[in-house]
Design a protein around this ligand. Structure first.
Ligand code: DC
Length: 529
């Protein structure tokens, strides 16, 4: 049964050939009562028309001139799946072998892509649509509410096709399928304009080993959660949107109008990142748009987290009024317990008022379906701790460059003893590069409530957890004159950790005990190593 739970959201689904984006996109659209457009159809329709008119796939001006002659129409089931050429139904002509052979060459023409951009955007203008393709999240709809990049290894995608066609997996035809997919990947990813890429803020779902329904459940769940947060949110998109949701007929009409007057502005996918189509492990990368608005949902989660924290400890805070209300801020917190995000984050979130906290969390959090969505909606961005995660660093930089708030545990992992451990230098690098203020936060005694190594927290005996918030400061002044980059990072790391140590009782100062400047915070000049 179809339920209209997300009438306005725009979902972009991208991915390589045979990654399942059309079938998953359609199933999600039907489940949520959204319209669906497979944008490959547009390139196919133009190719079919070009073949009929004898226009070569490289003849860019002639191809562009054909565009006003075709339109997309609703098939009566919410799919923009009918192609009209000169007003007549030509849907049957778009999935032929001849079109298969020429469509990539047509889709490679920059002028063609530019001319089709306006058509695609206008179809999404009214909202309430799932749009599938190769460049939807990166170029066509960079502001989509949810961007999903469906990925799978060549072998997995080939096996799906081989099974569909009933071929022998060891046979020559199966090898040809694998070769064909590799070739299409190369063309789609290697072309100059709008190459196949996952948007930086896309949820990358590597579907190897997942069943169709499992993928649909996952994407529909994400879309539902995003729709819920948009509804709860009186925020920017809804408020700025001038027109009420248009019914499908109106949207189709908007599409027809757009087809008659194509726009010509291609916005390059400057922030797009490469996502290797060969990536094998199942990963949810970033499940939220980078926005700075604290929705009602986030507020509710923060309030629930406060109750949870208070159920387990007598939680006190000092210095919440020091939380900066504007500009980029790194919240630098010691990490001794799974409860630190609750004890510190839930209250700091309140103190930030309308701004939200962005977090870098371990990627494994996203492997648990429901918890993963909650994390994503709560602003967590995953970090791959097994590698130096360049993408996470870039994302963190972007968050700060936008002037947002980023929470970091500079030690990387929880301390097994509760005392400060050697910190990584990523936080210092970010602070130096972006000029963000650093707000040191010391969480005292959270390890007594839920230490590392214990499966569950204990409310007995009832402990007092004191969260001390220091003065915000800028790190540029902490760099010794003449220091090279490495020395600067080391100095800043030590200085920031020293300021955190000052907010902790001696028991928890650990390796930074010697950097503490004395009793007062934010007055003496720092001693850096
Ligand atoms: O998904 P498909 O096989 O129907 O796509 C047909 C062609 O169109 C394929 O070569 C990639 C191209 N295409 C594109 O370049 N950009 C899109 N948004 C969708 C499809």
């Amino acid at each position: 049964m179809t339920s209209v739970v997300a009438p306005r959201i725009v979902v972009a689904v991208d991915g390589p050939a045979s990654s399942g984006k059309s079938s998953v996109g359609l199933a999600v659209a039907q489940r949520l009562g959204l319209r669906f457009l497979d944008t490959g159809l547009i390139y196919r329709a133009l190719t079919a028309l070009a073949l009929r008119e004898g226009v070569a796939p490289e003849d860019e001006p002639a191809l562009t001139a054909l565009i006003p002659r075709f339109e997309l129409a609703d098939d009566g089931q919410g799919r923009l799946a009918r192609v009209l050429v000169d007003g007549e139904d030509a849907t049957g002509a778009v999935r032929t072998h001849e079109v298969d052979l020429s469509v990539s060459a047509v889709a490679r023409q920059p002028g063609v892509r530019a001319a089709l951009l306006g058509l695609q955007r206008r179809l999404a203008d009214a909202g309430g649509i799932v749009m599938a393709g190769r460049d939807i999240g990166t170029v066509v709809l960079p502001d989509a509410d949810l961007k999903v990049y469906l990925d799978a290894s060549v072998e997995e995608r080939a096996m799906r096709r081989i099974r569909e066609r009933g071929l022998d997996p060891q046979g020559e035809q199966a090898d040809a399928v694998r070769e064909q997919l590799r070739a299409r990947d190369a063309v789609d990813s290697g072309r100059e304009v709008a190459p196949l890429r996952a948007a930086e803020d896309a949820v990358v779902v590597a579907t190897d080993g997942m069943g169709f329904e499992e993928v649909v459940d996952l994407v529909a769940g994400l879309a539902t959660a995003v729709a819920a947060s948009r509804r709860a949110d009186t925020g920017p998109r809804e408020a700025a949107s001038p027109s009420p949701a248009a019914p499908p007929e109106q949207a189709a009409e908007a599409g027809r109008a757009a087809a008659r007057e194509p726009a010509a502005n291609v916005r390059p996918a400057a922030t797009a990142k490469a996502a290797g189509p060969e990536k094998r492990h199942r990963v949810l990368e970033v499940a939220m748009r980078l926005d700075n608005h604290q929705s009602m949902l986030v507020r509710m989660v923060a309030r629930l987290a406060q109750w949870l924290g208070l159920a387990f400890a007598d939680v006190r805070h000092e210095g919440l009024d020091r939380v900066p209300r504007t500009g980029p801020v790194i919240l630098a917190i010691n990490h001794a317990s799974n409860f630190d995000p609750v004890f510190a984050g839930a209250w700091v979130s309140d103190a930030l008022r309308t701004r939200r906290i962005h977090w870098l969390g371990k990627r494994e959090l996203f492997f648990w379906p429901v918890f993963g969505w909650v994390c994503a909606l709560g602003g967590v961005h995953p970090v791959d701790r097994s590698t130096a995660d360049v993408e996470a660093y870039r994302l963190a930089t972007r968050i700060l460059e936008k002037g947002y708030v980023l929470l970091i545990f500079p030690e990387g992992t929880r301390s097994p003893t509760g005392a400060l451990q050697e910190a990584k230098d990523g936080m210092a690098q970010l602070a130096l590069r972006t000029g963000a203020q650093v707000l040191p936060i010391g969480v005292n005694d959270s390890d007594l409530v839920w230490p590392k190594g214990r499966r569950l927290p204990s409310p007995f005996p009832r402990r007092r957890v004191l969260v001390r918030i220091g003065e915000p400061f800028r790190v540029a002044d902490l760099v010794p004159p003449g220091a090279d980059r490495r020395a600067a990072k080391a100095a800043v790391t030590t200085a920031v950790m020293g300021r955190i140590a000052e907010l902790l009782e001696p028991r928890q100062r650990g390796v930074y005990a010697s950097v503490v400047r004395g009793a007062s915070v934010g007055t003496a000049s720092p001693k850096v190593g």
